[in-house]
Design a protein around this ligand. Structure first.
Ligand code: NAD
Length: 501
């Protein structure tokens, strides 16, 4: 077995060989990864279920199928994504070529988390491959079956010199983090996120940190509460509450809370029947440590719905807490389990203050039919993502970046954003070695003069563009600048000639 430094050296040699640069190579790897997912969907699904005990529906839809679609999207678009982008040209560079060339960083380290063990490894991996990096992938040790399956399958389908899997826990990850990487992509909790950030700073390695935190939900009186209950509970109780973007707590008035709790009861009976423990559609807590941590959060709380638990089965009943105080233990940390506290506030303004007094959330959810309320939250709060009138669904909208801000993370991915995340966008200016261009640029060379300085100031001054005539006004000014420079040059020559006469 290779040591971490040998593994990283092998990935670096593979990158330096240039093999990952071509479109053909990347496409072949992405297609092979899709083949891996399609040919092994049962194996992957079983591993997820063994590790996290989530319903098969969730393992397939949120992980295996999600990753397959992500890969298909790359296959359809990769050639276009790899092309140099052609941004607008400032007037000064109107005769030049201006491009943004995406280039791979080099060797990327991807560290996955246990709660979506396939998706959180393969989705970043596909972005890194598409962008032309070689990769060292470190799945979570808390999902050991998935980690084992990934370590067995990836070398069978992907180029084994370019893509490596390292399994292990904290010691192995710590050893990996001592190596030099060109990009680090980490998914997990904020505390470890800080360890990753510190380790990356040793070599100034750029990072994406996909972290967590408490994602609030605000509900106002214009919202249909049956619909709202279904959409909130979908996010809160999927994967038994162990989702980074699960709605963490509700902010609403006391009157709305009473009606919302009744709507939640109706919804839960419809979904899971009278005995939730027997429902095949409700998951379990990943291990005893997390179970004990979550159950402790219930102590001293006013339980409106649920509250039963069974450590031998790692079962915690979907639970709603009412009249929760901001100082209660359940409000001090990300819950990451099937508990939904309701904190009473009077209005949207109070909700905004409540949110802004805390760390920036990964997701912010608003339930309201009032557009002014939407705008109020949009403009006066900061969160990784914001979703109005639903929960979690923004995750699958690949045309928006998914990620956190502040304590909930940095950077984003999904869709083309995954390709961009793993690419350095190299701004490139290509000029011709020509005489006309040289004449127009000559004002920058010594000996300097007032005339030259005024010419540069005028020619480079930013002006508002006229819609439809983007460069017209600047062209006119530029032309006038050139003309005035030529005129002053002629006049100076005339004066000199007269002096000599
Ligand atoms: P975890 O325990 O699986 O840890 C994540 C990774 O960090 C693992 O690969 C693990 O080996 C590594 N790790 C753990 N301790 C380490 C240390 N001391 N040094 C170096 N590496 C270490 O997962 P977790 O952290 O329990 O995951 C849950 C958290 O992740 C929650 O906060 C959740 O919100 C967040 N999360 C975020 C996203 C997202 O996309 N933003 C997705 C899933 C989970």
């Amino acid at each position: 077995m290779s040591t971490p430094s040998e593994t990283v050296a092998a990935a670096r040699d593979a990158f330096n060989s240039g093999v990952t640069k071509s479109y053909a190579f990347r496409l072949k790897q992405i297609k092979s990864l899709l083949k891996l997912v399609e040919e092994n969907k049962e194996i992957l699904t079983e591993a997820i279920i063994k590790d996290v005990r989530k319903p098969k529906f969730e393992a397939v839809i949120f992980e295996v199928n999600y990753v397959a679609n992500d890969l298909r999207n790359i296959i359809f678009n990769l050639e276009e994504w790899m092309q140099p982008q052609k941004p607008d040209k400032p007037l000064t560079f109107i005769m030049d070529t201006v491009i943004i060339q995406p280039e791979p960083y080099g060797v990327a380290l991807i560290i996955g988390a246990w709660n979506y063990p396939v998706q959180l490894c393969l989705a970043p991996l596909s972005g890194a491959i598409a962008a032309g990096n070689t990769v060292v992938l470190k799945p979570s040790e808390i999902a050991p079956n998935t980690a084992k399956v990934l370590a067995e399958l990836l070398p069978k389908y992907l180029d084994s010199k370019c893509y490596h899997v390292v399994n292990g826990g904290i010691p192995e990850t710590t050893e990996l983090l001592e190596q030099r990487f060109d990009y680090i992509f980490y998914t997990g909790n904020c505390n470890v996120g800080k360890i990753i950030h510190r380790a990356a700073s040793k070599y100034l390695t750029p990072v994406t940190l996909e972290l967590g935190g408490k994602s609030p939900v605000y509900i106002d009186s214009t919202a249909d509460l049956d619909l709202t209950a279904a959409r909130v509970l979908f996010g809160r109780f999927a994967n038994a509450g162990q989702s980074c973007i699960a709605p963490d707590y509700i902010l609403c008035s006391k009157e709305i809370a009473t009606k919302f709790i009744e709507a939640c009861k109706r919804c839960m009976t419809k979904w899971y029947g009278e005995n939730i423990k027997e429902s095949p559609d409700y998951g379990r807590i990943v291990n005893r440590n997390h179970f004990q941590r979550i159950v402790k959060l219930l102590e001293g709380s006013k339980i409106a719905v649920g509250g039963k638990h069974d450590i031998d089965d790692l079962y915690i009943e979907p639970t709603i807490l009412q009249e929760v105080k901001p100082t209660d233990p359940v409000m001090q940390e990300e819950i990451f389990g099937p508990i939904l506290p309701i904190v009473n506030i009077d209005n949207a303004g109070n909700a905004i203050d409540f949110i802004n007094d805390r760390e920036k959330p990964l997701a912010l959810y608003i339930f309201s039919n009032d557009k002014t309320i939407h705008d109020l939250f949009l403009k006066n709060t900061s969160s990784g993502n914001m979703l109005i009138n639903d929960t979690m669904m923004h995750f699958s909208c690949e045309t928006i970046p998914f990620g956190g801000v502040g304590n909930s993370g940095m950077g984003g991915y999904h869709g083309k954003f995954s390709f961009d995340t793993f690419s350095h966008m190299k701004g490139t200016l290509i000029k011709k070695l020509d005489k006309v261009g040289e004449y127009l640029n000559a004002a920058r060379y010594p000996p300097f003069s007032e005339g030259k300085m005024n010419f540069v100031v005028n020619a480079t001054k930013k002006r508002p563009s006229i819609p439809g005539l983007r460069y017209f006004s600047t062209f006119v000014i530029f032309g006038l600048g050139v003309a005035s420079a030529l005129i002053s040059k002629c006049m100076l020559k005339c004066i000199e000639n007269r002096k000599n006469e």
